[in-house]
Ligand binder design. Structure first.
Ligand code: ADP
Ligand code: ADP
Length: 230
């Protein structure tokens, strides 16, 4: 079945802003999905519902066939399987050194020290960041921080990774590198959803495009189909 079934989500922020207004969509496994939409369409709000950071006022998030209940155990289970790479790595990275940072998640999974070490080594290798392992997180460049924020998530061996604007603020070299990395990750069977403003990038990269408008998914389809209607 699908990794997520999202049914009729409604969500208002405390100030009354209606950010999601009846959002429904199915998310198939192992796809590269681009979530397009103008600023304020509700992309970030939707993505935060996929890991239960936000709870809908109405509607359902169904993960692996089970409706998400918002108790601690279900949220931990969800977040162990679905990783979220924040747009700004400074909001995600909190450990003093790169090694501590990337080992934090797997350590909390109750793995042995050796297993944790193997996860960290592999995640750093996969992101091309092995040479940064002993560095202080704080002094990395923005692009390096971005790589480490992805290594963090990879070390959890997730089924799906959510990227909010992964190439925002990156130079062309890092942008290219991150998009290649997203392809490598997907080839290993990890589902990816990436929010972006960049229509050209979405067109080149995605298997499926979700177009958001006014807190709903307005269109779903392969890039050729989505852009032929415009
Ligand atoms: P996008 O990611 O597509 O730019 P968002 O999900 O960030 O869209 O925002 C959807 C709507 O919710 C916008 O109108 C935005 O201004 C509003 N919004 C986002 N975050 C907050 C917040 N913390 N408090 C109030 N309104 C918010
Ligand atoms: P959204 O989620 O709708 O893109 P944000 O408020 O998060 O809205 O970001 C607005 C813009 O600011 C983004 O297009 C991004 O390129 C830019 N931006 C975000 N974080 C940074 C940063 N650390 N440095 C420079 N620009 C940034």
């Amino acid at each position: 079945g699908n990794i997520f079934e999202i049914q009729d989500l409604h969500f208002n922020y405390p100030d009354g802003t209606a950010a999601l207004q009846g959002l429904s969509v199915s998310i198939e496994r192992n796809k590269k999905i681009a979530l397009l939409g103008s600023n304020g369409a509700g992309k970030s709000t939707f993505l935060l519902h996929l890991i239960g950071i936000l709870k809908p006022d109405k509607g359902k998030v169904i993960f692996n066939g089970q409706e998400l209940k918002y108790d601690r155990a279900s949220l931990i289970n969800l977040r162990n399987k679905v990783g979220y790479v924040f747009q700004d790595p400074d909001t995600q990275l909190f450990s003093a050194s790169v090694w501590q940072e990337v080992s934090f998640g797997p350590m909390n999974l109750g793995l042995t020290n050796e297993e944790v070490e193997n996860r960290v080594i592999k995640a750093l290798l996969d992101t091309g960041a092995s040479h940064l392992k002993d560095r202080a997180t704080h002094f990395l460049s923005y692009g390096q921080k971005k790589l480490i924020s992805i290594a963090d998530i990879l070390a959890m061996n997730p089924d799906m990774i959510i990227f909010d604007e992964p190439t925002a603020s990156l130079d062309p070299k890092y942008t290219h590198r991150i998009l290649d990395l997203l392809n490598d990750i997907n080839e290993r069977g990890i589902s990816i959803i990436m929010a972006t403003h960049d229509v050209d990038k979405a067109y080149q990269w995605a298997d499926i495009i979700f177009v958001m408008k006014d807190g709903r998914i307005a269109k779903v389809g392969p890039p050729e189909e989505i852009f032929n209607d415009e």
